[in-house]
Design a binder for this molecule. Structure first.
Ligand code: PGA
Ligand code: MG
Length: 223
């Protein structure tokens, strides 16, 4: 437990690796793309490392790992990946343990909440809806809502503005260095979950108010 409870009125949540384990569907889309392109299957561990900077970056890394860097080839692979992901998005992705219950409790406590993800809007909203998480959020800032993505703090500031809360009264919960950087840049408190796609040891070296091994632990740290 942190010595000092976090006095937040607005809670902002990263999506992939924080609220939802999206790896199974991303891996399925990657497998189908590999098959289309005649490439070897990537391992779950590799794909896990590629998540967090948005799907274009995931596909760029996937292609680079296969020695393919030609921009036209990468762009074509991205289109294929997106088409496959649109088909499987939400099928095997599941909220992490305790996420719906904890969001419900936070909502009862009167906190306003937002989702701030680098995933494109067209994949974000269907996923939140498929998993019954959409009603918890007063604002969703997706990877293509603004011209910039996390780690740029603009997405976090945009969410605070929509929720009508100053950044000093907000907390961002994420699973990566990108989230920590975006939160710090925006002047919000940061909580990092250690069960997501970031390497737990590296995460623990980042400046964060708290580290959560399980999502429901968040309840213990709020004032
Ligand atoms: O990489 C993505 O597409 C989304 O990642 P995020 O929800 O962790 O920001
Ligand atoms: Mg994430």
């Amino acid at each position: 437990m942190s010595a000092k409870p976090i006095a937040a009125e607005a809670l902002l949540f990263d999506l992939d690796g924080t609220l939802v384990d999206t790896l199974p569907d991303l891996a399925e889309a990657a497998a189908r793309t590999s098959s289309d392109l005649g490439l070897p299957m990537s391992s779950l561990l590799e794909i896990r490392r590629w998540v967090g900077d948005g799907i274009a970056e995931l596909v760029r890394r996937f292609m680079a790992a296969n020695g393919r860097t030609d921009p036209a080839e990468v762009a074509a692979a991205l289109e294929r990946f997106k088409a496959h992901y649109a088909e499987v998005n939400g099928m095997a992705s599941r909220p992490y343990e305790g996420v719906p219950e904890t969001l419900a409790e936070l909502s009862c406590r009167g906190l306003v909440m937002g989702c701030v993800t680098n995933k494109d809007w067209k994949f974000t909203l269907p996923l939140l809806e498929a998993l019954d998480l959409a009603p918890f959020f007063d604002v969703v800032v997706a990877g293509d809502t603004l011209p910039v993505k996390k780690p740029d703090p603009a997405m976090v500031l945009h969410a605070c503005e929509h929720l009508n809360r100053p950044s000093e009264r907000a907390l961002l919960v994420g699973d990566s260095a990108i989230d920590a950087q975006a939160g710090q840049g925006a002047g919000v408190a940061v909580a990092l979950v250690t069960y997501g796609y970031g390497d737990p040891e590296s995460l623990r070296r980042l400046p964060a108010s708290v580290f959560l091994d399980r999502f429901p632990e968040l309840l213990n740290y709020l004032a």
